[in-house]
Write a protein that binds this ligand. Sequence first.
Ligand SMILES: [Zn+2]
Length: 338
Amino acid sequence: MARAPFEIAGTRVAPGSRQRIELPIAKLYTHAPLNVPVEVIHGRRPGPVLLVCGAIHGDEINSVEIVRRLLRSSALNRLRGTLIAVPIVNVFGFVQHSRYLPDRRDLNRCFPGSESGSLGSRMAALLREEIVDKATHIIDLHTGAIHRTNLPQIRAQLEHSETTRAMAEAFGAPVILNAELREGSLREYAQRKGVPVLTYEAGEALRFDEWAIVSGTRGVLRVMRLLEMLPASRGGHKIPASEVSKGSSWARAPIDGILRPRVKLGARVVKGQRLGAVAGPFGAEEQDVIAAADGIVIGMNNLPLANEGEALFHIARFAEMDEAESAVEYFHSTLEEP
Ligand SMILES: [Zn+2]
């Protein structure tokens, strides 16, 4: 029996073909229609339906570039199953350089949404119906918030399923956080339905970060090989080691002032270490930012201005610190290859 076409918003994509679809999501105040661009690659042979989406937070543009590079990968010519690629989910925020929707709601807190709700709720409901509910597996691409950068990391609820854990490991980011579900997020919605979901966090909002983009693109392809959507690469593809964190916390500004960081993203730090100093403009009052535990710096604030209590350095703790450090080192070395 021939494989059925794949359908989104009334457009049918035949097996063995790829197609761009404009999903009408909302209208501007001017009444001009606003679409979410989607590309579907429907393989000739059956298999998983993987949704890869970016910029659900509209300013997280590394994710848009990851989807672009993924779609240009020649490996997709041999796709088994179906890839739904959505480079820009929050089209409003993307145009405005903003994480949020025009009403300042966070689209990633609006799921499952409702057809009679406000803008975010309606968008979530339409995305759910036309796209998310058709996926058997999901990779949701993110970056740090504005002025915050993240070491490439996977966030997932590892106990959700064997597949979730296997996908998290196959992605090959140096760090995995066994993260709680945020209410109203795409990840929460899909996972409660039983769909394995990874969130990839890397780099900074409104910036391109080549490490984040390369490791994100490679990570998605590795997960697709794990799911047998793509053939295993000749000679086998080495998956970089990932280390699962046993928890994380932020080191915060002890006083208001100007921050001078002393550590870099990915650094291994020990309890009591000076991570940076915050001082007034003349430097008379100065206090150190101190690491509360041994760990790896997996996120940091790039804006040198801080109010007391501002989150500055995100430190992940590990049972095996040496292994975590070597996962980060190995990760860096793989990205230096031509
Ligand atoms: Zn985000």
